[in-house]
Design a protein around this ligand. Sequence first.
Ligand code: PXL
Length: 260
Amino acid sequence: MKIALTIAGSDPSGGAGIQMDLKVFQRLGVYGLGLPAALTAQNSCGVRSVYPIDKAIIKDQLDILIPDIRPDALKTGMLLTPEAVEAVAECVKANRLGNLVVDPVLRSSSGAEMLKNRALDAMRSLLLPLATIATPNIKEAASLSGIQINDENDMRAAAEMIIESGCQTVIITGGHFNEIDESTENAPDLFYDGREFRIIDSSRVKGEFHGTGCAYSAAITAFLADGLSPYASAKKAKEFMNKAIMNAITMGKGMKYLNV
Ligand code: PXL
């Protein structure tokens, strides 16, 4: 059985973070490993608090795990601090881990900070160069590239800039594309591997869904673990997400949750 690892924040409500990632791995038939790189207190209405996890604790969890059970692919989500970014980068490098998906989570949909400003440089200079695929949303792509994104051309420019950081492929997810272009109800993802731009399109489902970025990057990680190419993984992950969103469920009093 193929093995995928998630290093991300903990969401006790099960809708995002390592809890969601592990459900996606299970659903897609890969064996899931997971360790928290930060903690949150939250429910479906939003995030109340975030807590860092010491670099030494993240390193300890990885150092004993990886030599024993080596993942075929791994992803990062909420890392919060530069120290957590360093811990992951050092482990990926030391163990020469491949198929790294970096979801550069900056904020929750409810606005809570999930990567401190002072960690943005570490994300760009230490982690992105090791990534097979980075999956920023439009706001994250703007922060990482320093380019304001107002249309699809800006998305292309931001993708080119992010590839300069050294990742092999970038997918700028377009779930919030309607916020920059009110004329469309589509949610186009822009895939760029340094050679060719490709649009992976779908129509947008109305509403706010918790954990979409987490589930999407986890699905890509599972497909990479299975041996698919980045583009095939992105296509299949988008199909998987469309189903999870169409069948979304109400768990609490706030946002809808994905049905993975
Ligand atoms: O969707 C971003 C995200 C990532 N990781 C954790 C989260 C959230 C959003 O709430 O809680 C742990």
